[in-house]
Design a protein around this ligand. Structure first.
Ligand code: NAD
Ligand code: MG
Length: 406
């Protein structure tokens, strides 16, 4: 009997993960049908994706952009795509009856409500949007459990750990014989640099990642090591462990994507080229394997695998994240919101690279922690932290004179 095709919705289709996902899907048209694509406001990119993949729905978060897309598609013969707009439409797609697989690839906390909706609806959920777990971990994991679907981690480190663990038919991992997890980190573009160097770095330098090609926000997070801090929180929620059980090791080659230590002394690692099409294909087909377009790993070309400790003096974001995870409650949601504002301000040239951890610390100091027990409570924490972060930037630029970088 021929298996029906899996119907896929990609939230954040025009980004780095979205494009890699479409690349893998297009290699397997007999297995997958693209039902919905979404973007924030990039009409041109989404228009071309609509012509190529012919989804049933295209969603733009921005209303004006949605009108623009509608007009361009109307001029195309035989292109029957329904254009939807706004954040509510993302949630509508995420729990649509005609969608089997949701790829959550929006960047930032903005992607959390739709990812949560997919979890509640019991979809097969491919989670790239780590901020959903960082901000609403408990709600999110409860939603996955009650929704009855499968949560498959796309983030390369978590995907590596997932691949090294036994799990049940719903992809729930079994850690009963596990001693600890090891997250690998590339160290980013500024590995080995000190604070005096870091003070002067530009957004272009921060976005030039040595091994991975990614969106701007996660590239800056990789440069500050905040990405590893967010991933630490993500690992704790996904695998049900405390932060002391998760080590972070810098591995500049990005060939080992992360590891699991077992109680008998065995350590299992997952390796591959640093190309997100591998974890995406692994999640799409799990528990089967499909081709991804990624080239075979050439060990002789790699030559050596190195490991070193992260430098949390030069890159305090990893230390801040550990402290927030240990504190629990809303701490990581606050740190995440402050980080999103800080990264946007850094990218716009409004503040320096070393101001990013200073701003996160500054916002955390002023906030009492709570245990957010609803989507509305998480969103309120996020809003308040963003507003404090903007005030922090305004205060600092007043005291330093508003002349670009603080
Ligand atoms: P990106 O910036 O390249 O793409 C983001 C996508 O989200 C775009 O389609 C954009 O239009 C959409 N988007 C942005 N803001 C939105 C909003 N407010 N509402 C609706 N849509 C919005 O980002 P990316 O690098 O693809 O990363 C996406 C997510 O995957 C992030 O959470 C990131 O941490 C995670 N991730 C990325 C990689 C990678 O290699 N790029 C690896 C691991 C995890
Ligand atoms: Mg990662």
């Amino acid at each position: 009997m021929v298996e029906p095709r899996q119907r896929v919705a990609i939230l954040g289709a025009t980004g780095s993960i979205g494009n890699s996902t479409l690349d893998v899907l297009s290699r397997h048209p007999e297995r997958y049908e693209v039902v919905a694509l979404s973007a924030s406001s990039s009409v041109d990119k989404l228009f071309h994706q609509c012509l190529t993949y012919r989804p049933r729905y295209a969603v733009l978060a921005d209303g004006e952009a949605a009108q623009g897309l509608q007009q361009r598609l109307a001029a195309e013969p035989d292109c029957d795509v329904e254009v939807l707009e706004g954040a509510a439409a993302l949630e509508q797609i995420a729990d649509h009856d005609d969608v089997d697989v949701v790829v959550a690839a929006i960047v930032g906390a903005a992607g959390m409500p739709a990812a949560l909706a997919a979890a509640r609806a019991g979809k097969r959920l491919l989670l790239a949007n780590k901020e959903a777990l960082v901000t609403a971990g408990r709600l999110f994991m409860d939603a996955v459990e009650h929704g009855g679907g499968s949560l498959l981690p796309v983030d390369s480190e978590h995907n590596a750990i997932f691949q090294c663990l036994p799990c049940d038919e719903r992809a729930r991992p079994d850690l009963s014989s596990v001693d600890g997890l090891v997250l690998t980190a590339s160290g980013g573009p500024f590995r080995g640099k000190d604070r005096s160097f870091l003070r002067g770095v530009t957004p272009a330098q921060a976005c030039a990642h040595p091994n991975w090609s990614m969106g701007q926000k996660i590239s800056v997070d990789s440069a500050t090591l905040m990405n590893k801090g967010l991933e630490l929180a993500e690992a704790c929620w996904l695998f049900g462990v405390g932060e002391p059980q998760v080590d972070v090791v810098v591995h500049p080659q990005s060939i080992i994507h992360s590891m699991v230590r077992y109680r008998d002394g065995s350590v299992l690692a997952q390796m591959g080229e640093p190309d997100m099409r591998t974890p995406i294909a692994s999640c799409l087909a799990w528990p089967e394997r499909i081709s991804s377009g990624v080239q075979a790993l050439d060990f002789l070309a790699v030559g050596k695998l190195e490991f070193e400790a992260p430098d949390t003096d030069a890159f305090p974001c990893l230390r801040i994240a550990r402290e927030c995870i240990a504190a629990g409650g809303s701490a990581m949601a606050i740190a995440n919101a402050a980080n999103e504002v800080a990264v946007a301000a850094f990218l716009e040239g409004q503040m320096g690279f070393c101001d990013i951890p200073a701003l996160i610390d500054g916002v955390l100091e002023t906030q009492a922690l709570i245990e957010p027990d609803s989507l509305a409570a998480v969103e309120a924490v996020d809003e308040e932290a963003r507003s404090l972060a903007r005030q922090w930037i305004a205060r600092q630029s007043q005291s330093f004179g508003a002349t670009g970088s603080l």
